[in-house]
Design a protein around this ligand. Structure first.
Ligand code: FAD
Ligand code: SF4
Length: 510
């Protein structure tokens, strides 16, 4: 039966069962489309990376004798729309059956399922064979429970998949090493140069420019440095095991003006495009650690494994459990506009300047920069979560809605009222000072609450607590913060709030 199989840009899993046999009656199709370049303003490196990886994947299939119809963005037959392109190929090749892998994004899932409802030929869906869990596993796991705690899900994953377990006990005797994973990095450990791949993407850069696609961010390196093939992803993973794993946990939350990646793996782009799976990553890391467990402490490995089988699978499960309503949640009723400096890095606040410069230059920031610098400021300044989502979805190389949305709207902005985070991730300047060297070179003083030189995070923090008391005041995990607020002198609080209001009104003046 003449069959058309769709491969989306984030479905580049060469180990999928689709590719076990070659059938001349099966045509695979891949499309570079304006539908995908324009649904949000993306970082230029993100579009480059997707197109480069898609082209590599298509070449890999062609070299292995699969039939592939690949539409570049400027292909004259390309309608720039997924459904019209599919219709065009179905007619052109007299297709009798359409097959696709279930998309991870709700938007594409809806588009394809409504297309299939009206399709006159047969159709069939497949899983992507990428995740540990299916779309609905998390929802089933938490059925009847009030709270969907990541920690419970994570422990169950460890047991179920026998990862870092000794019998039914956690390896090393502890489930969680978060407390020992909170070191500041002061340059005492040498960080190896990061591995980069020098992928030549000049043709794609020209194409993006000639097509007048609106992008953000910079691309100054001429070659593209993130992995775009499975082989490169495996090399990046090997490099991570050999050079970075040893201190991954220790410096997981650290930030530094001279360092972009510290001991982070830079694997999110490759994993999210499915060049490699979470299972590949976890098994490789565990096998490496088993051979080197005298040098590498279990806390480093646990810290990393938690991100993949815990946070990554959990976020995906939450997304599918809570969409589509999740996308509109705004529990704290925040309505302010995102400051202009998020797009330029043009601010005197050194932490934001650095985290945003990283993001603009590399389409990357690590977790704590996203959560406790840019996310923290956006929440304290009470920015509309729609604006915050659009920024995160556009700027990061690894941003796909299924993982970006629960991280941003849920974990970072508390717009879901605590479905993911049990309390808002907000802090004054002291947390940022504890984990970084940003404050020592800042125009502002992290110790001061008032005055022209006072760190803006300090006044925004107390103002936020005061403004949101009616919503957050009963949250038990915030009791300590509110009792400190209650002890504050009323005049002082009034002055702090006045300064906070002026920051909120004119964030770009700060
Ligand atoms: P490492 O620190 O080396 O971690 C290893 C891997 O664990 C990552 O590659 C990633 O696959 C996984 N991981 C770690 N934390 C998370 C998490 N919270 N959720 C899901 N997976 C995780 N991650 C994305 O992949 N896409 C996003 O769009 C995204 N948006 C985020 C938005 C906000 C506000 C926050 C706070 C976090 C977001 N994250 C997102 C999670 C995390 O910041 C990135 O996965 C990580 O920084 C990627 O860099 P790395 O590969 O060097 O990660
Ligand atoms: Fe950021 Fe405040 Fe520290 Fe400056 S003093 S770097 S604004 S936390």
């Amino acid at each position: 039966m003449k069959t058309l199989r769709l491969i989306l840009g984030d479905q580049l899993n060469s180990k999928h069962s689709w590719y076990k046999t070659i059938n001349k009656n099966v045509i695979y199709c891949m499309f570079e489309m304006r539908q995908e370049t324009d649904y949000v303003t993306h970082h230029i490196q993100k579009i480059i990376g997707f197109f480069a990886a898609m082209r590599e994947f298509s070449n890999h299939l062609k070299n292995n004798h699969f039939n592939v119809e690949y539409f570049t963005l400027n292909n004259k037959n390309n309608t720039q729309n997924l459904i019209s392109n599919l219709k065009l190929l179905i007619n052109k090749h007299n297709i009798e059956k359409f097959e696709y892998q279930l998309p991870d994004e709700y938007r594409l899932d809806q588009q394809l399922s409504s297309f299939c409802e009206n399709l006159e030929i047969e159709f069939k869906t497949f899983t992507t064979e990428h995740f540990y869990t299916s779309r609905n596993d998390l929802k089933d796991f938490f059925k009847g429970k009030k709270q969907y705690l990541m920690e419970n899900f994570y422990r169950n994953m460890r047991k179920k998949h026998n990862i870092l377990m000794v019998g039914n006990q956690p390896e090393g005797g502890r489930w969680n090493y978060d407390k020992s994973n909170r070191n500041k990095w002061n340059g005492e450990r040498n960080i190896p140069n990061y591995k980069y791949f020098k992928n030549n993407v000049s043709e794609i850069v020209e194409l993006i420019k000639n097509s007048n696609i609106k992008t953000i961010g910079n691309f100054n390196t001429k070659t593209f440095n993130y992995p775009v093939t499975r082989q490169q992803a495996l090399e990046q993973l090997k490099y991570f095991c050999e050079e970075l794993l040893i201190h991954f946990g220790d410096y997981q939350d650290a930030m530094h003006t001279n360092e972009i990646y510290l001991f982070h793996s830079r694997l999110s782009f490759a994993i999210n495009l499915k060049l490699i799976s979470g299972k590949n990553v976890v098994n490789t890391v565990i096998n490496y650690w088993k051979k080197h467990n005298e040098e590498i402490h279990v806390s480093q490995v646990e810290g990393f494994i938690r991100q993949i089988i815990g946070w990554r699978e959990y976020m995906r499960g939450m997304y599918w459990a809570l969409m589509p309503d999740y996308k509109n949640e705004n529990h704290l009723k925040n309505t302010n506009k995102l400051p202009e400096f998020y797009w330029t890095g043009n601010t005197k606040m050194n932490c934001l300047k650095n985290a945003i410069a990283n993001s603009l230059d590399n389409s990357y920031a690590h977790h704590i920069q996203r959560l406790m610098v840019t996310g923290n400021f956006a929440l304290l300044a009470q920015i509309n979560p729609d604006d915050v989502d659009a920024w995160y979805l556009g700027i990061y190389i690894d941003a796909l809605e299924w993982v970006q949305l629960p991280n941003t709207r849920g974990m970072s902005q508390y717009a879901d009222g605590g479905k993911i985070a049990t309390k808002p991730y907000v802090s004054s300047g002291s947390y940022i000072n504890k984990m970084s060297n940003y404050c020592s070179n800042c125009h502002y003083s992290n110790k001061e609450k008032l005055g022209e030189k006072a760190c803006p995070f300090n006044s925004l923090y107390w103002n936020f607590l005061d403004d949101k008391r009616s919503i957050l005041g009963n949250n038990r995990r915030m009791g300590m913060m509110y009792s400190l607020l209650d002890k504050m002198n009323k005049d002082q609080l009034e002055k702090i709030k006045k300064r906070a209001q002026s920051i909120i009104k004119h964030p770009d003046h700060f």
